[in-house]
Write a protein that binds this ligand. Structure first.
Ligand code: ADP
Ligand code: MG
Length: 553
């Protein structure tokens, strides 16, 4: 009996499993070479020809435009990691891929997927417990460690050259926006400026608005400025009823215009009376109003973005009003200085010396668009790890140290787990070692030698021993200042396990209609097929959305 429509496609049992596992592994494989300080970058070209050069796992996967459903579950691992911590997106995906790879072997030796799933879950729980116990405590005022954390997250990225300077800025930025409610990274605005070198990047405690003053006759700066934030248009309000004005002689027209002018003048007077020195307007500003504002010595900027108005409100303690008539002195914000400055050949308004800088701007400079974009991504990772450290107060050594330790302890733990699940726990332990192994491979080292040496140090009780990707030696990572927040690792283990388990438990793929490319389990039997044509295992060429590559080169 046929219950599915003719168009739907179905793949069941081992075929479905192996198709999904292959897709998941392909995703992990695609970012593997970027892992670690010596990881390489990827160049992604979209169908419109625009180019992104990056080392950032989640960015690569998003740009790749993957449309296989199981592959997407692995992409989501990196997205969750990005949202929860900001860093560790490549690691999370690489671990997920390796969990699938190990599971494939177990399935081949007739171990049921449910058993594997169970074993993986137990191992993940145990792994998180172990890390919690082994983690090193840091206090919030341990600035040196915070800077190290910030630096580690930027290692091997476009920011490499100036990472010491940038790490200081990142720590300052996070500390500046921390308040009783915690740390909201939305209050750290990262502005990119093309021109100058990365070293010239700076932190402005306040807000930079990418606008110039509207009129040249307005002052360039205001000290001890009262700031009005107006989300509307600075013009004469339209009358509610459509009125027709019949003008019979020129003097009447003049009278009409005079009246409008008078109203605008009144509006400006109102601001001046309230002591306003600077006004940010969400919409346009009437020419005549500009003139009067300039006469009063008020700095005005038009078409300020909503997000800018909000940031200004937070930073200056002002309130955004939608009607100028309602404006009172209480609504005004305050800043020690408002200045129009040139930055990378672009005039912007700097609102600084705000009383309580709950809103800061990190100005990232770089020589080209591609450079600043990549530095910005590295900084976003870095901001995330500093926040996570301040929130949790626990860090781990890097360089594959935690994974090596976990593999060791989990193998012991496996002995206490009975039955076939034991094999799954052991597989989980093996899978985690993909991190030190890949760090070694990407650094051009012999991965077996590196692993052996790591294992023996950890066996001897040296929890902080990790692989120095630069010298190839196994060293004390804590001493070396290569540290990461605990959450980077626990979150990666959690998301990777969940995604792997979810994929493993699927034994039936029923697709309504044609999957794009229509290749789920089509004709040949030479392996699982993937939508998008070509299969992802073959490399970048087969990825959807990369079609523009040929034309753009
Ligand atoms: P992710 O997207 O997972 O953060 P990265 O490319 O940033 O990927 O690499 C992170 C890995 O690199 C972590 O395992 C981290 O411990 C390691 N790492 C960072 N700095 C060093 C270093 N100086 N030596 C060795 N390993 C390092
Ligand atoms: Mg990283």
């Amino acid at each position: 009996m046929i219950v599915l429509s003719e168009d739907s496609q179905r793949t069941s049992g081992k075929d479905a499993q192996s198709m999904n596992i292959t897709a998941g592994k392909a995703v992990a494989e695609s970012v593997r070479t970027t892992l670690g300080p010596k990881g390489m970058d990827k160049m992604l070209v979209d169908s419109g020809g625009s180019v992104v050069v990056t080392n950032d796992g989640v960015t690569i996967l998003k740009e790749m435009d993957i449309d296989h459903p199981a592959a997407n579950m692995i992409v989501e691992v990196s997205e969750t990691q990005e949202n929860e911590v900001g860093d560790g997106t490549t690691s999370a995906v690489v671990v997920a891929g390796e969990l699938l790879d190990q599971a494939e072997e177990l399935i081949d030796s007739e171990i049921h997927a449910t058993t594997i799933a169970q074993g993986y879950r137990e191992a993940a729980e145990k792994a998180k417990d172990i890390l919690e116990t082994e983690a090193i405590e840091v206090s919030a005022d341990d600035r040196d460690t915070l800077v190290e954390i910030a630096t580690t997250a930027m290692t091997g990225k476009g920011a490499e050259g100036a990472k010491d300077h940038l790490a200081e800025l990142v720590v300052d930025a996070v500390l500046a926006v921390e308040d009783d409610d915690g740390i909201d990274l939305d209050n750290v605005d990262v502005e990119t400026v093309v021109g100058g070198s990365i070293d010239e990047s700076e932190l402005v405690e306040g807000v930079i608005v990418d606008k110039e003053r509207v009129d040249e006759n307005m002052p360039y700066f205001a000290e001890d400025a009262n700031i009005a934030l107006f989300d509307g248009a600075f013009e004469v309000k339209e009358t509610e009823i459509d009125a027709e004005v019949n003008v019979t002689d020129p003097s009447q027209l003049q009278e009409f215009l005079d009246q409008e002018e008078e109203q605008l003048k009144e509006m400006v007077d109102q601001l001046a009376d309230a002591g306003v020195d600077v006004v940010f307007v969400g919409d346009g500003i009437d020419d005549m109003a500009q003139h009067y504002l300039a006469q009063e010595g008020i700095i005005a900027a038009r078409r300020a973005k909503n997000s800018d108005l909000k940031a200004l409100a937070r930073a200056t303690g002002g309130r955004v009003v939608s009607n100028l008539d309602d404006l009172t002195e209480d609504d005004l914000g305050f800043a020690g200085s408002v200045t129009q400055k040139d930055i990378g050949g672009d005039e912007r308004l700097f609102v600084e010396d705000v009383e309580d800088a709950k809103s800061v701007t990190l100005v990232v400079r770089g020589s080209t668009d591609h450079v600043v974009d990549e530095v910005e991504r590295a900084i976003e990772d870095s901001l995330g790890v500093v926040r996570a450290t301040l929130e949790d107060g626990k860090v781990l050594p890097g360089g594959g140290a935690p994974e090596t330790e976990l593999a060791l302890q989990l193998r012991d733990f496996a002995d206490s787990v009975g039955g076939r699940e034991q094999l799954a726990v052991e597989a989980f332990a093996d899978a985690l070692e993909v991190i030190p192994r890949t760090l070694a491979e990407n650094a051009g080292l012999d991965s077996i030698d590196s692993l052996v040496s790591l294992r023996s140090q950890h066996d001897g009780g040296d929890f902080t021993a990790g692989l120095d990707a630069y010298s190839g030696n196994v060293i004390d990572m804590e001493n070396e200042g290569v540290v990461e927040p605990l959450r980077v690792k626990t979150q990666a283990i959690e998301s990777a396990t969940e995604a792997a388990v979810m994929i493993l438990r699927i034994d039936d793929v029923i697709a309504a209609g044609d999957l794009s490319g229509g290749q789920v389990g089509d004709d040949d039997d030479d392996g699982p097929d993937m939508p998008g044509g070509g299969g992802m295992g073959g490399g970048m060429g087969g990825m959807g959305g990369m079609g523009g590559m040929g034309g753009a080169m």
